[in-house]
Design a binder for this molecule. Structure first.
Ligand code: SF4
Length: 292
């Protein structure tokens, strides 16, 4: 849950998740719909699906235990180097570091060197005696991440309160390296087309859309556009911006009152649904409900 998501956002979801699935076994026996429903609003839904799939694999193939080596951990759905190393450190206290953006920034500042010029795996290997002194490596790795998030922040690091400032070359040097990798998120333009049944307050949704990061979820028709030309064959409703996963979308919302819909569409109530509906689709519902 914490991948790409802030702690304060995650806390209520995490609590509800544990209440519903107190053990690995209860999670593994759940349906995908139920897991997604509890994840609703948290975004990055692939994480929920992967978690469910992983719980089944751990129960069936690993005697309910997490593997202790990176090769086997990485065979679990959705787990790459970063999460694999984080799990080895957090769960098994193994001497390894999950290298995320925060950790990279901390090391690059301590060395006063651009991240791109550092081989992090080599750096950690050379310094492993000093880095892995504690048996509580889980605490060390978490502290390193938190340090990057709270003290050695991307903008305005709190150097004067930093307990390692005297060994930090960024702080002590007059010539500070220039940070070049602050991620710039590109805004993409999309047109969304909604078929509406105004009398029954319904909207037609499909899983056959090309918004890859929300694949397998119900959405109206959505198409990326490379110009801002209005589409005349649909009624223009509004323009709004939306952040979804790590993307920023600039959306032109169109609608049409129609009782006929293409084959791959299904009607959904604009007010209440028992099925899982991603928050992005719900935001569109809100806009559509404003149509008089
Ligand atoms: S002194 Fe500043 S730049 Fe150096 S590690 Fe501490 S917070 Fe980061």
């Amino acid at each position: 849950m914490l991948q790409q998501t802030q702690v304060k956002t995650v806390i209520p979801y995490f609590k509800a998740f544990l209440l519903n699935f107190p053990t690995l076994k209860t999670l593994s026996l759940s349906s995908e719909t139920r897991v997604l429903k509890l994840w609703e609003g948290l975004g990055y839904y692939r994480r929920a699906r992967n978690l469910l799939a992983t719980s089944k694999i751990l129960i069936n193939e690993h005697n309910s235990k997490l593997p202790k080596d990176l090769i086997n951990i990485k065979k679990l759905p959705g787990i790459g180097d970063y999460t694999g190393n984080a799990l080895l450190a957090f769960i098994h206290d193994q001497p390894t570091i999950a290298i995320d953006g925060n950790v990279k920034r901390v090391f690059s500042r301590i060395l006063n060197k651009n991240e791109n010029k550092i081989n992090f795996a080599k750096l950690i290997d050379i310094n492993k005696k000093d880095l892995f002194k504690t048996k509580r490596n889980s605490d060390f790795v978490e502290a390193l991440m938190e340090f990057g998030a709270l003290i050695c922040k991307p903008k305005d690091p709190k150097c004067y309160n930093c307990s390692i400032k005297n060994m930090c070359k960024y702080f002590t040097s007059d010539k500070k390296f220039k940070q070049t990798n602050i991620l710039k998120i590109k805004i993409k333009n999309y047109n969304i087309f909604c078929y509406i049944d105004k009398i029954k307050n319904k909207i037609a949704l499909t899983k056959k859309h090309n918004l890859g990061f929300l694949d397998k979820f119900y959405l109206p028709s959505i198409k990326e556009t490379y110009n801002n030309k209005k589409i005349k064959s649909w009624n223009f409703h509004s323009n709004f911006k939306n952040s979804i996963s790590n993307k920023k979308l600039n959306i032109n919302l169109y609608y049409k009152f129609s009782l006929k819909i293409p084959l791959q569409y299904r009607w959904f109530s604009l007010k209440k649904n028992n099925e899982f509906i991603p928050s992005f689709t719900k935001k569109i519902f809100k806009q559509i409900l404003k149509i008089k």
